[in-house]
Design a binder for this molecule. Structure first.
Ligand code: IMP
Ligand code: MG
Length: 178
């Protein structure tokens, strides 16, 4: 099986969209008098989006990362989230924005946000670069979304297939051929 990647979102469009999202966050924070946010990136897919976004924010920014994976448990209706790497700082009373590469079924973020709310952040928002609404199985409404995309497997700008392709500067659809 051969793999090939077809460009879906070129680098320039990603850059413009990241600027747009940053402008929205800047405006929202200004309107609410928030002068410090905590960006919580979900490893590893969000790494590129996270650093590009952070550079465009005009308030104090703390960055932190978590590594989580979700799995479906037959005995539960919703599944569970496994925390592979937890935060080394408290989010209590902080304005937290989760930064994620893509919302697919929404399972990971749904579970994670439930867990994080128990840690009493001042606010908890979600910025997702990509969203596949057709695939959602869990109630999840991102506060900031980059692109709504069809139900295709995408790679690049942080997103991987078997840990590869993360370093592509664009987002592409991965296809397989003989
Ligand atoms: P969920 O189904 O929303 O919980 O998605 C969990 C994770 O699956 C995402 O954070 C991504 O890391 C990964 N994922 C989902 N769709 C894609 C894709 O099209 N390409 C690469 N990774 C994906
Ligand atoms: Mg992810």
């Amino acid at each position: 099986m051969k793999e090939n990647v077809r460009v879906l979102i070129p680098e320039e469009e990603i850059n413009a969209k990241v600027n747009e999202i940053a402008a929205q966050i800047n405006a929202d924070c200004k309107a609410k008098g928030i002068d410090k946010v905590m960006l919580l990136g979900i490893l590893k897919g969000s790494a590129f989006f996270m650093t590009d976004l952070a550079k465009k924010l005009d308030m104090n920014v703390v960055i932190c990362f978590m590594d989580v994976s979700s799995y479906y448990d037959d005995t539960q209706t919703s599944g569970e989230v496994k925390i592979n790497l937890d935060l080394d700082i408290s989010i209590k009373n902080n304005h937290v924005i989760i930064v994620e590469d893509i919302i697919d079924t929404g399972r990971t973020l749904h579970m994670l946000m439930e867990r994080l709310r128990l840690r009493n952040p001042a606010s908890l928002k979600l910025a997702a670069l990509l969203n596949k609404p057709d695939k959602h199985e869990f109630e999840i409404v991102p506060d900031y979304v980059g692109f709504t995309i069809p139900d295709k497997f995408v790679v690049g700008y942080g997103l991987d297939y078997a840990q590869r392709y993360r370093n592509l500067p664009y987002i592409g659809i991965l296809n397989f051929s003989e």
